[in-house]
Ligand binder design. Structure first.
Ligand SMILES: [Zn+2]
Length: 450
């Protein structure tokens, strides 16, 4: 057989090699290894063989001959060369680095519709090349991420493309925290990503003013998804359910995916968390990290009779429309500075004063959470802050109290309620199961201390 032939050939070659004196001791052991090596490199010159022999000497053990033969001959896979796309790279440059030419680029890209994806390469993506001895591209793997890649394989009639997408393993995780200084610090201590904290605040942002209402002792519990690939965490999924207790009042939310595949957050009773008005019409993530130090507004304190709520925030902090509506004023005057008024339905107007920039025009329709300007200190203002008014039938009202009286946002329609409950009840039960464990664990200690 072929293996036997090779062995005979290399034995002949072995006889021709001159061993350095110092290596003679290992010669016996080497004979076996060299037999193998030489059979794998039958046409190499003597110098190369000598290098292999030196290399071989550093190996502590020599595997059995049959093992190496079977591996090398049964799995003749060409080596892969991995190249990561850097900024300024293009296909032509990457192919060059892999020892290929523009002709190879053209051959692959024009091989089919799927190969067009290669024109979207982006820094951080990876290209794995498999080139044969003749310098011909045999396979190319385009890896956009750990989850998404495409494999192009040479066939008789050009390249064949195949998606190699992977699904992460989803696991459920639970965290809870009590706020002592800020929401973000509490999140960090509970080992929650900032993005997850933001998501949490967005879920409850219609009920809780995350700039002004958060107090020491507020707490939250959250059940969310974690994504794993090959046993390694690669990111977070969605929040499945959460509870936020603000100034003694608890709000609970659960995620529900309707038949249309759209998921939203609802109360356990099936009322949408999303309401007609945001509680704090600005990007609180820019300010809440030190909320308790800067809660006091800079100028209106002595004239508390003024109508409105003041949010101290850095100049440039994004200001959002509190709800869907139409801009009825976007202008400047000495007292208000840059200001925007928005009409919502017939009865409600929201007002935003002292803006640094305005990004909407009078008459324009706006969506809830649409950017309308940025926090500034224009007009009668001693420092950057947003003065916000919520006016019902011409009278300023405290949004905290008035919002309870506003019409509730959409609820789960009756024909969908059965599906809703069957989906959310196990999730809510799971959220509560953690609390039960927590109470059971903390009870004995607590009763002793207090
Ligand atoms: Zn004010």
């Amino acid at each position: 057989m072929e293996a036997t032939e090779n062995k005979q050939k290399s034995n002949k070659l072995l006889a021709l090699i001159h061993f350095p004196r110092s290596h003679m001791v290992a010669a016996t052991a080497l004979a076996v290894a060299l037999t193998l090596l030489l059979s794998l490199f039958p046409s190499e010159d003597v110098e190369a063989k000598r290098q292999k022999q030196v290399l071989e000497l550093t190996l502590p053990q020599y595997p059995a001959a049959e093992e190496i033969f079977s591996e090398e001959i049964m799995a003749p896979e060409l080596p892969w060369r991995q190249l990561t796309v850097k900024s300024g790279d293009n296909l032509s440059l990457l192919f060059q680095r892999a020892g290929l030419t523009d002709r190879d680029v053209h051959e692959l890209v024009s091989s089919g519709k799927q190969a067009k994806s290669l024109t979207r390469i982006h820094p951080g993506h990876r290209l794995d090349f498999q080139v044969d001895e003749g310098g011909k591209l045999q396979q190319l793997r385009y890896r956009e991420s750990r989850l998404r890649s495409q494999l192009f394989t040479r066939t008789e009639s050009g390249f064949e493309a195949r998606d190699e997408n992977r699904q992460p393993d989803i696991q459920t995780a639970y965290r809870e925290a009590t706020i002592t200084s800020s929401l973000f610090l509490a999140g960090q201590e509970a080992q929650l990503d900032t993005s997850l904290i933001m998501e949490l605040a967005n879920i409850f942002g219609w009920d809780i003013d995350f700039v002004l209402d958060i107090r020491k002792g507020d707490r939250f519990r959250v059940l969310f998804e974690e994504k794993f690939l090959d046993g390694e965490k690669i990111g977070n999924g969605s929040i499945l359910a959460a509870e936020f207790t603000n100034q003694g009042k608890s709000f609970k939310a659960v995620r529900y995916a309707g038949k249309d595949g759209d998921s939203q957050y609802y109360t356990p009773e099936g009322h949408a968390m999303r309401k007609a008005f945001l509680r704090a019409p600005l990007d609180f993530s820019r300010i809440s990290s030190n909320f308790n130090l800067r809660r006091l507004h800079p100028i209106h304190k002595k004239i508390r009779a003024h109508r409105g709520t003041d949010y101290a925030a850095a100049r440039g902090t994004p200001v959002y429309a509190a709800g869907d509506g139409r801009v009825i004023a976007s202008a400047y005057n000495r007292a208000n500075g840059n200001y925007v008024f928005i009409q919502h339905g017939n009865e409600i107007v929201t007002k935003y004063l002292h803006l640094h920039k305005r990004t909407v025009r009078k008459g324009q329709r706006v969506k809830q959470k649409q950017l309308i300007g940025t926090v500034g200190s224009t007009g009668y203002s001693t420092g950057p802050h947003l003065h916000y008014e919520f006016v019902v039938n011409g009278v300023h009202r405290n949004p905290r109290t008035i919002l309870q009286k506003m019409p509730k946002a959409k609820s789960i329609p009756s024909h969908q309620q059965q599906d809703f409950y069957s989906q959310v009840e196990p999730v809510l039960a799971k959220l509560d199961s953690y609390r039960t464990t927590q109470l059971a664990l903390s009870e004995p200690g607590d009763s002793n201390v207090n």
